[in-house]
Write a protein that binds this ligand. Structure first.
Ligand code: DC
Length: 221
C-alpha cells in the first residue's frame, strides 16, 4: 500500500488556497478537503437557526443537535447540513462573515478539527484552511503558506462573486469584509492564522495562480 501523507495549504481569505488545492489534488490524483467549507456550514447553520454566530452558549447547543456531514461526489466536496445539501448556500458574503465569527469559538474548532483529522488519516489529502500546518496536522509532509495583498485578494473575491451572478457587494465592501476577516482570523485566541516556521511561503499577488500551482508541485515532486 502506498504511503498516506498530507499537504497543508494555509493563508488568508482570497489568497488562492482553494484554487491551488484543487489544482494540486487534480495533478496528483489525491483528495482535497476544504476546511473553510466546514466553518461556513456552521456559520450557515447559526444563521438558519436565527442565533448569533458569536454566542458561545447558543452555538454549543446548536452543535449538540445539528448534523454536519461531508460527502465527496465525483471528487467534489458536498456539505450536508441536517440532511440538506447546502454546498450552494455557503459562499455568500453573509455566510463568510458568520463563518469567521463562529470559527473563533473553541467549541466549534474542537469539533471541526476532530473531523478533519479523522478524514485526513484515512487517505492522502491536500487540505486548505488557516491552521492546518500549525494545529490540525502539525506533521503534514508538506506545508505551504499563501499570502497576497488585501487589495489583490478583494479583486479576486469580487470577480469570483460576480462570476456566480452575485453583485450584492462592490469592491470597497468586499475589501472591508476581507479586512474584517483577516483581523479576526489572525487575532483570535484559538488557533489563529499563523505561518509556521516549516511552511513554504508564497506571495500569490506577484505570480499567477497557475505558476503558483507549478511552484507548489515542484516542491512536492
Ligand atoms: O477559507 P474560507 O474563506 O472558506 O474560510 C471561512 C472562514 O472559516 C474563515 O474566515 C476562517 C475560518 N477558517 C478557520 O478558522 N480555520 C480553517 N482551517 C479554515 C477556515
Amino acid at each position: 500500500m502506498s504511503e498516506i501523507y498530507q499537504i497543508a495549504i494555509d493563508g488568508p481569505s482570497g489568497s488562492g488556497k482553494s484554487t491551488l488545492a484543487k489544482g494540486v489534488s487534480k495533478v496528483l490524483g489525491i483528495m482535497y478537503l476544504d476546511t473553510g467549507a466546514m466553518y461556513r456550514t456552521c456559520g450557515l447553520s447559526a444563521l438558519k437557526r436565527g442565533i448569533s454566530p458569536r454566542d458561545e452558549d447558543a452555538v454549543k447547543k446548536m452543535l449538540e443537535d445539528m448534523s454536519l456531514e461531508i460527502e465527496f461526489i465525483d471528487g467534489e466536496q458536498h456539505m450536508i447540513l441536517d440532511g440538506e445539501d447546502v454546498t450552494g448556500q455557503i459562499r455568500t458574503p453573509e455566510v463568510s462573515i458568520a463563518a469567521s465569527d463562529i470559527s473563533a469559538l473553541p467549541v466549534i474548532r474542537k469539533a471541526m478539527v476532530e473531523k478533519q483529522r479523522a478524514i485526513a488519516s484515512k487517505q492522502t489529502f491536500v487540505l486548505d484552511g488557516r491552521d492546518i500546518g500549525s494545529n490540525v496536522l502539525p506533521n503534514a509532509k508538506y506545508k505551504f503558506f499563501l499570502t497576497a495583498s488585501a487589495e489583490k485578494r478583494a479583486e479576486r473575491r469580487l470577480a469570483e462573486l460576480n462570476a456566480k451572478g452575485d453583485f450584492s457587494q462592490n469592491y470597497e465592501e468586499v475589501l472591508r469584509d476581507i479586512e474584517y476577516r483577516d483581523k479576526q482570523d489572525s487575532e483570535r485566541a484559538s488557533a489563529p492564522l499563523v505561518k509556521v516556521a516549516d511552511a513554504i511561503e508564497i506571495d500569490t499577488s506577484v505570480i499567477g495562480i497557475e505558476e503558483t500551482r507549478d511552484l507548489l508541485l515542484s516542491y512536492i515532486k
